[in-house]
Design a protein around this ligand. Sequence first.
Ligand code: UD1
Length: 385
Amino acid sequence: MKIMSIAGARPNFMKLAAIASAVNTFNKKHSHSGHSGINHIIVHTGQHYDTKMSEGFFEELDIPLPDINLNVGSGTHAIQTAEIMKKFEPILLEKQPDVLLVVGDVNSTIACTLVASKIIYPNNLTKKRPVIAHVEAGLRSFDKDMPEEINRILTDALSDLFFVTEQSGVKNLKLEGIEQNKIFHVGNVMIDTLLKNLQKAEKASIRQQLNVAKHYALITLHRPSNVDTQENLTRLVQCVLDITKWIDVVFPLHPRTECNLEKFQLKQQLQQNNRIFLCPPLRYIDFLSLMSSSTLVVTDSGGIQEETTFLQVPCVTLRSSTERPVTVSEGSNYLTGTNTNKILETIDSILKGHGKKSTIPNNWDGKASDRIIDIIWNTVKRSTT
Ligand code: UD1
């Protein structure tokens, strides 16, 4: 069986690491069973391209190097999506995988899904197009101003197999008319990667290297709605400065955020505060290390809400909705939106020890990617034999 996995932007790589490792385990386990196992082809779209946003993760997480890199780079949504589609179509026609596996909700995810859904393999009597498997299916923020929400809805509309991280995903997909037998609540592949690397992270010395105190808040910001306008970014920068009244802040800068901090002349204020530790995007192990030993995390990321829930570290999410509601209902996540008072009140309450008790969601046990590969093997094999 030929499975082609797509990865393009930073959060995809941690998910791909778990999938690649599960394929390996599967092939080893079945090496004596007489079938030729799974041929895993990795396509990197090049949506993210800086070493710190891409290449570094392959090395660190032991992901086989991509078989193909489309090198699309940055652009508007339309340009980036179109470029990926143009460059991906000939690859799909040539390789003709049985399964196209896409993860998450970035532009690379929808671009490749859209190509695969309409492709017709030439000279192929056994299959017309690949089975499209979406990992992290069914998540909905119900906020169509988020580009990722559009990507999620469209990817699910075109997928054939749906691998879900939390119960809300099952519910959303059913409401959208997806048949129950195509939906699999397998758990969370990002947590597979986290679990595999947690021991290494606990030994990392990034906190000491940055010279940060034992108690600190870890902050990440990169959502266009938070960092692309001067008004919003100025308000959030003031909020970060306010947090330093209580605690040190470590703030790795996403390229989008760094660029806008410079454009709106906000970076200097952060640099001049000696309780703020700015740094470039971090390697996975270093970031995990900082996250797991932080007092709290402040973020607008999707994946970090899940990672902190698993680590049971309080997470203050600067968004008014989340596509990952289990992190709020069961996990350690608080949705504050971007209202400064609400953010500061929540942080104050956490620092005073009034944070909520959290639990780890069902199936977030490090085995999601093994389940996915087993399910793909069994369902796709069955339908092609
Ligand atoms: C993308 C994803 C978002 C994900 C985020 C993680 C979409 C719609 N968005 O957003 O869901 O949470 O990745 O990082 O797919 N840049 C660099 N180097 C790089 C990559 C980007 O400098 O390697 C800069 C470019 O100026 C680019 C900007 O960052 O224009 C934004 O990159 P882009 O991939 O368009 O979106 P992200 O904000 O990273």
